[in-house]
Write a protein that binds this ligand. Structure first.
Ligand SMILES: [Zn+2]
Length: 151
């Protein structure tokens, strides 16, 4: 990570760094030409992120910390930030709607916090229409018939 002084087009020099115990990181960089100083403040999560990317600040790495949470959020976005893990699928009961593999895969693309709701909507649609197996085609039909474009 580097800072450039836009005015001077000069790489700023790391000047000082503080790492208070709460995980907050403060780092200051100074332009060698115009003496402009910028400071970077990060909260504990951002500090972990910087650390997880292996970025060295001031020649020393931020102490290692558990990074699972940060990594998964960076990679997968925050779609499931407010949801628990998927509930286990109930055993297949007679008369229950079956999901084709392609339909399940497509459902995986739905943000997890609305996935259960979306799944129920499709399942209800299938039951009401006497459809035994939900396929991507059925999902398309349900979406246009129920006005759920974008789900
Ligand atoms: Zn400058």
């Amino acid at each position: 990570m580097k800072f450039l002084c836009i005015e001077c087009d000069e790489q700023m020099i790391f000047e000082q760094r503080q790492l208070p115990g709460d995980g907050t990181l403060a780092a200051a960089f100074r332009c060698p030409r115009c003496e402009r100083v910028v400071a970077m403040l990060t909260n504990p999560m951002e500090t972990q992120l910087v650390s997880s990317l292996g970025i060295k600040i001031g020649g020393r790495e931020v102490p290692e910390q558990p990074l699972e949470l940060v990594r998964s959020e960076v990679v997968g976005g925050r779609d499931d930030a407010f949801a628990d893990a998927d509930p286990p699928l109930p055993p297949q009961a007679p008369g229950t709607v079956v999901w084709s593999l392609a339909a399940v895969e497509r459902l995986e693309g739905v943000p997890r916090f609305v996935r259960g709701m979306v799944k129920r909507i499709y399942a209800d649609y299938a039951k009401e229409n006497g459809i035994a197996e939900i396929t991507p085609e059925i999902m398309d039909r349900a979406r246009s018939e129920l006005g759920l474009e974008g789900m």
